[in-house]
Design a protein around this ligand. Sequence first.
Ligand code: SF4
Ligand code: SF4
Length: 190
Amino acid sequence: MLNGTLTPKKVRPNIDLSLWEKLYIFEVVRGLYITSRHFVIHLFGFIFPPAGKKRSIPTVYYPEEKVTLPEAYRGRPLLVMKEDKTEKCVACGLCEKICPGKAIAISPREKENGDRFPFKFVIDMSRCIFCGFCEEVCPKEAIVMSKEYESLATYNRENMIYNKEMLLRPEKELKARIDYVRRIYSKCNQ
Ligand code: SF4
Ligand code: SF4
């Protein structure tokens, strides 16, 4: 009883099976038919995709076709390179500190004018969990998550260790992500 007036309804099991359902075997055959129909439609849709027609099969034929990734997608982190070909990173170490996978290793140095820069900046992608914390914490918009994922496929873990030169990308290539990051984290660092 609820509030003394309402009687909660009980869920009744479906015991009123039709004769067809009680025979059971027909329901099994019906299930097999539905599964087989989907299998055949997808199989022949894959082998003979309808030319020029809008395909009803949602499967993406990778690698010939690729998924359009949303801006929020977090692929491998990249470093932002300024127009003078130097990194935006000032080697503050915040991303290294916050990284839960301990994937980032930075060796800071100082220029003659006292500016800090990462002499070495390494990300071990075999440890990265694509959390995006490095991007979020960076005060200089110097590291962003990208849409790159294919380069991560490798048979050798050593290939997953990226140094600074491998991580740097021109700022204009990463502009869409930087704009997105500004929007979601309300950053105004330049
Ligand atoms: S995405 Fe997360 S785990 Fe990967 S390098 Fe950045 S902070 Fe570390
Ligand atoms: S948080 Fe940004 S500026 Fe600081 S070390 Fe990492 S990438 Fe460089």
